[in-house]
Write a protein that binds this ligand. Structure first.
Ligand code: C2E
Ligand code: MG
Ligand code: MG
Ligand code: MG
Length: 284
């Protein structure tokens, strides 16, 4: 019996592996097709200044509209795309689309509006990235100061020799760099000196526990104080209620992003939001 059970387990294990391999293969094929057929789209989530409550920019967030499957969230395909290297062409698509859209809004509403784009480690390590970004800026007309790249702490731990070169090239263009999900990585704080970071984006796991959790309160205050002492601006992500917003304003945080103000929304909805927002601001 034991032998039989063992064999069955073994068979189950093999077929499970096969299913997983097949799934990966299918996913990869579907993702490559999606890139060609333009099945990806960008949602935009506003970033709001805590000084005056105005929309100062947005983060572009990718979605995959798969025919007959509906909209698929990035956590379902971004990590895999990074793994197979498809993130590089996908990320290029995101950059050009986001810059183009941001420049349209800047012109349409006559606003100083900054667009943030997530850049995965593999993309950032691509030595062709600065030239590609320059091409995108020239094609879209977006000024360099209106583009911000969101990178994660993990990237800074890679001992890539050309990492500093990419940073230098990007900084020379006048583009700003934000450290996303700050506080969740294993990064030593010395990276903040070594690399030209302009903005810290406090991870939403800290914000989520404010104001109940005293540790989150203390850590958030410390991150805000540190960023200002080092001459960086600071953004809080995942702001879901008024209490969190009030706390962050009091603590001196520069800008917030989160469901309390708005979820990530489509181009059409964002245009509508901007048109309401800019008309009410000018009336005040
Ligand atoms: P992220 O860069 O940290 O983006 C913020 C995520 O938090 C978004 O999830 C957003 O919808 C979510 N979020 C915003 N406000 C709130 C809130 O108040 N509460 C909660 N619970 N969540 C909030 P999303 O759009 O599903 O994106 C997930 C991650 O996928 C992103 O995390 C980013 O790491 C990655 N990603 C998205 N788009 C791209 C892209 O174009 N390129 C790359 N490389 N990665 C991307
Ligand atoms: Mg981000
Ligand atoms: Mg984030
Ligand atoms: Mg996060």
């Amino acid at each position: 019996l034991a032998k039989e059970l063992g064999r069955n387990n073994y068979q189950f294990f093999t077929s499970d592996l096969m299913i997983r391999a097949q799934h990966r293969y299918t996913l990869e094929r579907n993702l490559r097709r999606a890139l060609v057929d333009e099945e990806f789209l960008l949602y935009y989530q506003p970033k709001v200044s805590l000084d005056d409550g105005k929309i100062v920019g947005a983060e572009a967030l990718i979605r995959w509209h798969m025919p007959e499957m509906g909209v698929i969230e990035p956590n379902e395909f971004v990590p895999f795309s990074e793994e197979i290297g498809l993130i590089v062409p996908m990320g290029r698509w995101v950059l050009s689309k986001a810059c183009e859209q941001a420049q349209k809004w800047r012109q349409q509403f006559n606003i100083d509006f900054k667009i943030s784009v997530n850049i995965s480690p593999k993309q950032f390590q691509d030595p062709k990235l600065p030239q590609f970004i320059l091409d995108v800026l020239l094609a879209s007309g977006l000024p360099a100061h209106a583009l911000q790249l969101e990178i994660t702490e993990g990237l800074l731990m890679v001992e890539a020799e050309h990492l500093s070169l990419v940073f230098d090239a990007i900084k020379t263009l006048g583009i700003s760099i934000s450290l996303d999900d700050f506080g969740t990585g294993f990064s030593s704080l010395s990276y903040l000196q070594r690399f030209p970071i302009d903005n810290l984006k406090i991870d939403r796991s800290f914000i989520h526990e404010i104001p109940e959790n005293q540790d989150s309160v203390v850590l958030t205050k410390a991150i805000i104080a540190m960023s200002s002492a080092l001459g960086m601006s600071v953004t809080a992500e995942g702001v879901e209620n008024l209490a969190q917003q009030n706390f962050l304003k009091e603590a001196g945080c520069d800008e917030i992003q989160g469901f309390y103000f708005s979820k990530p929304i489509s181009v059409e909805d964002f245009s509508q939001l901007l048109s309401q927002h800019t008309s009410t601001s000018s009336a005040n």
